[in-house]
Design a binder for this molecule. Structure first.
Ligand SMILES: NC(=O)c1ccc[n+]([C@@H]2O[C@H](COP(=O)([O-])OP(=O)(O)OC[C@H]3O[C@@H](n4cnc5c(N)ncnc54)[C@H](O)[C@@H]3O)[C@@H](O)[C@H]2O)c1
Length: 421
């Protein structure tokens, strides 16, 4: 393992600057260069590096120039949904491993470009899907692997986040989301749910998505928010937004499981990813943090139907060893700690020059849902075929790389000193 690696960053707005602070805390990481097309944001990136670790970072407005001039081992891309992939492709061609922020693809061709460039260059492209490393999702994964839910039949999740102000004020805040809601209609943000779901279902490793159907509701939420907060005369008050307020997507797997995704960002609501895992022995539901395991959940005789248990009762037994260790070491900030973990997973892969826990095939599958759902909606909710980005290898993949950050297995042997305590 390399003692230190050089990681650059492209895109230093809200997300990029927060993650930059976390990245600088990861073992063996140096950030010698930062880039944003806006000079003030790029300069702010260099200030953050100075504040956090006291070193100077070179400032770039053009990422290609940064790739050319700096000796980077890896790059973290936190730009807009429609720019992530082209920057990732250019980075891999420049010999740099990529961590890419989440967001959906605009086309299937974009996903293939990522896959082919990674295969041709030998550089990896890891979607930085932080929710794979969230505490509950990891504990549930541990439970799935231990057979607690039996054979998995159905899963669900949602990106259910009231973002009306962030979307509507996109121009004032130079933020990328608005134009997508104006012009597109689909599951625009599928990866927070799909990260954990694809890992539970073994997608690209013995399983794959074969088809998808999407349906969108009418769009009212943004107009109402704009009228109430910016006034009737604001130019977007009566804009006909294409994106439906609620977009529901159903996916079918080769092994027979089904998945339902909900995109819900333009109506008033509390935050929830609505994670649901259901198998032949029981169910977990994030909403209400409830769980029901047949034969295990305690209930009065004859009244089993109405009494799920609180998930907290299962936490101690099934806490993922990575989280046990993380809590012993001290949890870092950033979405409850998962941001630091996903960045550490990326940094470790760069230092080892080895496959990341979320590889380019996983990245392509998660991103593809966006453009496939747009196609389905445009065709009146017709089923659309899901491409196989592994080109058949999903039936006979090489074993995943085991390690602390592995998301395909729980690699207890890497935590022996933690689990012994
Ligand atoms: N994983 C998470 O929990 C999480 C949370 C928030 C945001 N995100 C994702 O992070 C990304 C960034 O989010 P944000 O809210 O900071 O978005 P933003 O639109 O505010 O910022 C994007 C930044 O990228 C810069 N940029 C765009 N194209 C560029 C280019 N070609 N070269 C250099 N810089 C370029 C822009 O100038 C801007 O500063 C988005 O994809 C978003 O979906 C993820």
């Amino acid at each position: 393992m390399k003692e230190f690696v050089n990681i650059g960053i492209v895109g230093v707005s809200g997300r990029g600057s927060g993650m930059l602070r976390e990245l600088l805390k990861c073992d063996g990481v140096r950030v010698p260069a930062v880039c944003d097309k806006y000079e003030d944001r790029a300069n702010r990136g260099a200030e953050i590096v100075k504040e956090e670790v006291g070193t100077d970072a070179n400032v770039y407005l053009d990422y290609k120039e940064m790739f050319e001039k700096e000796n980077l081992d890896g790059v973290y891309v936190a730009t807009t949904w429609i720019t992530h992939s082209r920057i990732a492709v250019d980075a891999m061609k420049a010999g740099i491993h990529v961590a890419m922020e989440v967001g959906g693809a605009a086309s299937i061709e974009e996903c293939w470009q990522l896959v082919r460039t990674s295969e041709e260059t030998g550089k990896f492209c890891m979607l930085l899907e932080n929710c794979c490393y969230d505490r509950n999702e990891m504990a549930i994964f541990n439970m799935v692997k231990k057979g607690v839910f039996g054979e998995i039949i159905h899963m669900a999740g949602g990106y259910q986040h009231d973002l009306r102000d962030e979307i509507s004020l996109g121009r004032e805040n130079r933020h990328g989301r608005l134009f997508n809601f104006q012009m597109r209609n689909g599951e625009l943000y599928p990866t927070h749910q799909l990260g954990p779901i694809t890992k539970v279902l073994g997608i690209n490793r013995g399983n794959r998505f074969v088809s998808l159907v999407s349906m969108a509701s009418k769009s009212r939420g943004l107009n109402e928010w704009i009228k109430n907060n910016k006034g009737e005369d604001y130019d977007l008050a009566n804009y006909n937004f294409n994106e439906g307020d609620i977009v529901t997507t159903m996916l079918k797997c080769a092994n027979g499981e089904t998945v339902v995704l909900t995109h819900d960002c333009s109506l008033p609501r509390h935050y929830s990813r609505a994670y649901r895992v259901q198998g032949t022995k029981g169910i977990y539901m994030e909403d209400g943090e409830s769980i029901y395991i047949e034969g295990q959940t305690k209930h009065e005789e004859g009244d089993w139907m109405h009494h799920p248990e609180d998930f907290e009762g299962y936490r101690e037994e099934y806490e993922h060893p990575l989280w046990k260790k993380y809590q012993q070491d001290g949890v870092h900030a950033g979405h409850g700690g998962m941001d630091y973990l996903v960045l550490s997973a990326f940094a470790e892969s760069v230092r080892l020059d080895a496959k990341p826990p979320i590889d380019v095939y996983d990245t392509a599958v998660m991103m593809a849902v966006t453009c496939l759902s747009e196609q389905s909606i445009a065709l009146g909710s017709a089923p659309v075929a899901f491409p196989d980005f592994t080109n058949g290898m999903w039936i006979d993949r090489e074993e995943p790389r085991r390690g602390k950050f592995c998301l395909d297995e729980v690699c207890e042997e890497y935590f022996e000193e933690v689990t012994a305590e």
